[in-house]
Design a protein around this ligand. Structure first.
Ligand SMILES: Cc1cc2nc3c(=O)[nH]c(=O)nc-3n(C[C@H](O)[C@H](O)[C@H](O)COP(=O)(O)O)c2cc1C
Length: 217
């Protein structure tokens, strides 16, 4: 099935991350994919509880997670998708807690502790990660965010991996209502009007590429 799933790690369902993810899904739909957006904020779930059911000898949980909660059907869908597009704002220099808990569960079921196998996952899922953040690009580089962007667990899915980094985002509808004098609102406004639409186009193209990459093998 040509299904593309976007997973929103922002608690805001209409924020920057959700907008980019929706554009990526629109791109996927434009080449015939069935698409679905999942907002992690709607779900009750935990990160990995270290039960190791997925690593036990003879386990029936190869490539799946034994912990049953609202994330279980999402993991199942993600493992059977043609492509997954993850998105998260940066919170205090990392992905949100919602996304981190998702990554612990989704990433760990594909990690192999067996030196004969690099990877528990034998299939292929194309993947992308969209990051959004307040800081401008230069500061994101100075802060070393780039090291955090390298999400190795996506490479274990054996498919194409894409990344979109969206900086200097628009955070409030009305900056005058907040104690936020750190920000140059006029500059932010310009970035919102000129740069963000380009990031949306990039997201759209990523969605198309990950969907079309099926036929490329
Ligand atoms: C709790 C919290 C922590 C944040 N920490 C950072 C940060 O460390 N670096 C940064 O560049 N932006 C930070 N931001 C800003 C968000 O990453 C940024 O506004 C993002 O685009 C929000 O995405 P959303 O609109 O999808 O929710 C933070 C925002 C919140 C609410």
């Amino acid at each position: 099935m040509n299904k593309v799933i976007a997973i929103n790690g922002s608690p805001r369902k209409n924020g920057n991350t959700a907008i980019l993810l929706q554009k990526a899904l629109d791109g996927a739909a434009s080449v015939g994919a069935e698409t679905e957006m999942i907002h992690l904020i709607d779900l009750e779930y935990k990160g990995c509880i270290s039960c190791f059911a997925c690593k036990r000898k003879g386990t029936r949980f190869i490539g799946s997670c034994a912990l049953q909660d609202d994330l279980s059907p999402v993991l199942e869908k993600a493992m059977h998708a043609q492509a997954i597009i993850l998105g998260s704002p940066i919170y205090l220099g990392d992905v949100t807690a919602l996304m981190r808990a998702f990554i612990e569960r989704f990433g760990f079921i594909n990690v192999s502790y067996d030196n004969k196998r690099h990877n528990q996952f034998a299939g292929k899922i194309n993947a992308a990660f969209c990051y959004t953040m307040n800081v401008p690009k230069l500061i994101s580089l100075l802060f070393g965010y780039v090291y955090m962007f390298n999400k190795g667990f996506l490479k274990k899915l054996n498919g194409t991996v894409e990344m979109l980094v969206c900086t200097d985002t628009w955070q409030f509808d009305d900056y005058s209502k907040y104690e936020a004098s750190n920000f140059d609102v006029e500059k932010k406004k310009k970035v919102r009007e000129k740069v963000f639409p380009r990031d949306c186009e990039k997201a759209y193209k990523i969605g198309r590429k990950l969907s079309a990459a099926r036929e490329d093998g």
